[in-house]
Write a protein that binds this ligand. Structure first.
Ligand SMILES: [Mn+2]
Length: 464
């Protein structure tokens, strides 16, 4: 069995090692310092003869042995690294020091250096972070326990971060939908988000400002009261709870306010609450939160903090990949697949643009087809367009190293409709009436040619 050979400089560090708790495969050695009593720390052998090649060889080295050298003195560590390197050239060396810089150590082919105290300190600081989150949870629970009916208010047309946070907050209070419903002034619009609430079995109730009187408590997540206009309804200007990651606004009161603008998602705050409270994290909730962080940070790309990374890793260990797949890739209806077939028959890749015109189709099919279309060989841009109600709706994807998709779509719809998005994903809507007026019709071929030309101009021309 491979062993760890620990060499501590003096009794203080040896005792520290002993207190942390040595593991069974560790051979503990110490070298007494001149300036301290020579009482042997329990469990430690005295390295006979001090830091010499002979003393190391007397340990009876075996293949696979590893070393840890523990000291705060440059001279000790320089000597120790050299001696171990000579006695056991193959053995990896871990240097544990908080005072000696790695640059001051001799050359060694397999050496890592880190601080023993700073490692422990880092963990203690992390525990204090958990503790302050636990304080918040205890206060939140004490406040909300007094409320008979709590409204968990999300922004109008809530996004995955908001939905996940509402769900998490309710779970944190141990409540169900009758006494703590998720509510919003505008229902879930985007088909992807509808797919999310469906897959999670959630319900977001649309309410009017007057209906808020039915609640004796309000908690806002991923949103602040001022989002409801310059003059928000009186009932939301003074609320119980606001938890958000958008910059802090004034003009309202909350009994408990937890606003962390450095965070990429509010779901990260809720994840920290759950973790601090030691609450069991069920796969369904973990999946909702992981999806919230993923979409708000564009998969840990945009505005991501170390907190988001840590929360994501924690959630990832608990989430359900199958459920996440169902949310991210909702089932395509048979009719959508047929529309895809028709679109593929006439699709071409020209100027790096893969454009699929689907005809009349369910709206949620369009972004999924755009995702798929980007996988075509030679495609830098994928556009899926379909007729939904009285609109031409199109989803745009690109490979990421080209002009920003949101910018391009804004140029394409200018004066015709609405659109926008991010670096590699965007969406545009043009009323068919406006389209016909400009292009003289809205046949499949007319749409294909018009969109292709508009995109070529927007991608290569001067926009924004
Ligand atoms: Mn958010």
């Amino acid at each position: 069995m491979a062993r760890r050979i620990i060499v501590c400089d003096g009794a203080e560090l040896a005792r520290l090692w002993g207190r942390i708790g040595a593991s069974d495969d560790e051979i503990l050695n110490w070298i007494p310092r001149e300036d301290e009593p020579r009482a042997r720390p329990p469990g430690f052998y005295t390295l006979q003869g001090g830091l010499t090649v002979d003393a190391i060889l007397k340990l009876g080295l075996k293949a696979g042995d590893e070393f840890a050298l523990v000291s705060e003195e440059t001279s000790f560590l320089r000597a120790a690294v050299s001696v171990v390197g000579e006695a056991a050239p193959e053995a990896p060396v871990l240097v544990l020091t908080d005072r000696v810089a790695a640059d001051d150590l001799p050359e060694h082919p397999c050496l890592r250096s880190t601080g023993l105290r700073s490692l422990i300190r880092g963990n203690i600081d992390e525990e204090f972070d958990h503790l302050s989150n636990l304080r918040r949870v205890v206060d939140l629970r004490a406040l909300v326990d007094r409320r008979e009916k709590l409204g968990i208010l999300l922004q109008p047309d809530p996004d995955p971060d908001g939905i996940a946070c509402g769900y998490a907050l309710r779970a944190l209070f141990g409540r169900k939908s009758p006494t703590a419903p998720l509510i919003s002034f505008g229902g879930v619009q985007r088909p992807e988000n509808q797919a999310m609430i469906q897959a999670l079995g959630l319900d977001v109730r649309t309410v009017t400002p007057e209906e808020l009187d039915a609640f004796d408590g309000l908690a806002l997540v991923d949103v602040q009261p001022t989002v409801f206009g310059e003059n928000p309804p009186a009932r939301v200007r003074s609320v119980d709870v606001v938890i958000d990651h958008h910059p802090e606004r004034s003009g309202y009161d909350a009994v408990i306010k937890d606003i962390r603008p450095a965070y990429g998602a509010t779901a990260t705050i809720l994840t920290e609450y759950i973790r601090a409270a030691g609450m069991e994290l069920r796969p369904r909730l973990a999946t909702a939160l992981v999806y919230g962080i993923k979409t708000d940070t564009q998969l840990l790309g945009r505005e991501t903090s170390r907190h988001d990374m840590a929360a994501f890793a924690y959630l990832h260990a608990h989430h359900s990949p199958a459920l996440l797949r169902r949310i991210e890739r909702p089932a395509l209806p048979a009719e959508g697949l047929r529309a895809l077939g028709r679109g593929l028959v006439s699709s071409r890749i020209e100027d790096g643009i893969h454009l699929l015109v689907l005809g009349r189709v369910r709206e949620d099919v369009i972004p999924q087809v755009a995702d798929l279309a980007l996988q075509a060989e030679g495609a830098e841009w994928a556009i899926a367009a379909g007729l939904v109600g009285a609109d031409l709706v199109f989803s745009v994807r690109n490979v990421g190293y080209v002009r920003a998709a949101g910018e391009v779509v804004r140029a394409v719809v200018e004066g015709l409709g609405v659109g926008g998005g991010h670096r590699s994903m965007a969406k545009g809507i043009i009323p068919l009436k406006a389209f016909r007026k400009v292009y003289g019709g809205a046949s499949r071929e007319r749409i294909r040619v018009a969109l292709h030309d508009a995109f070529v101009r927007a991608i290569h021309g001067d926009v924004g």
